[in-house]
Design a protein. Sequence first.
Length: 301
Amino acid sequence: MVLSRFSRPLRSLAIGLLALTAACVDTGGALSSAQAAGSQEYEMEYQGIERSYRLYVPSGGGNQSRPLIVALHGGFGTGKNMEELTGFDLVGGNAGFAVAYPDGVGRSWNAGSCCGPALKKSVDDVGFLRAMVADIGRRTPIDTSRVYGTGFSNGAMMVHRVACDAPDLFKAIAAASGGIMVPNCSGKKPIAALLIQGRADPRIPWNGGDFEGNYRPPVRDIFAKLASRNQCAAKEDSQQDGSADCVVRRGCAGNAEVKLCGVEGMGHQWAGGKELLPRLLGKGTRDYNASQKVVQFFQQH
């Protein structure tokens, strides 16, 4: 394969770009028309850095305040990539959500101990996301009590950091293929959380481990940590959802349940989306649609 000629970091970059720029979720062909209806790009300055984000606002509803989904791309990605990958314009828009797709600095997020230029430059991405939500509120009516965060890979790690460092920003979070990358999660406010993870993910090992010099904790440990933070009951309820084995901890403070869905046989992919580079990133799945599950979870909270 041509990629084998590159150094390891460059090979990872090339793989990431190929995966994220080609990705799309199966939306029955309706995604392009939904995007054309209202997805726009905006720019803002934060701490001397020009930042940008895409915003989709579904038509109708007048001046009524809408709930907002903030969707964070993975490493080497962009907001536009995340928009195409998830299809949230269609899935979230049909449920009445506005959706924001911000761009990370250097196609990365400073999620704590990961990743890329944003980490090396100590970018304040938590502060940027708070400022972006405020900027969106000046453009369109947003219900600030119903702002939700979701992300893939490095974006999932960033969603966890927001929940730890700024627990008042998101009402609930949904993290796909990415765990907590800060040493201490000081957030005391209970936040409902959905974790979606491929059990065969080579980059986010289910049982934890090192990937290119960066340690990723076991998924079960993250689930337990979130349940403890939310003061959930000890009992676990098990559910089968397509190819995903799910466990739920309820009886939490503020009804902030924590749910983990491990997708059998899936690698580092967005569940329900187009399978990309399976020999390197692992297989995808058509038996579990992450975009639909994330929106449903946010509707419940």
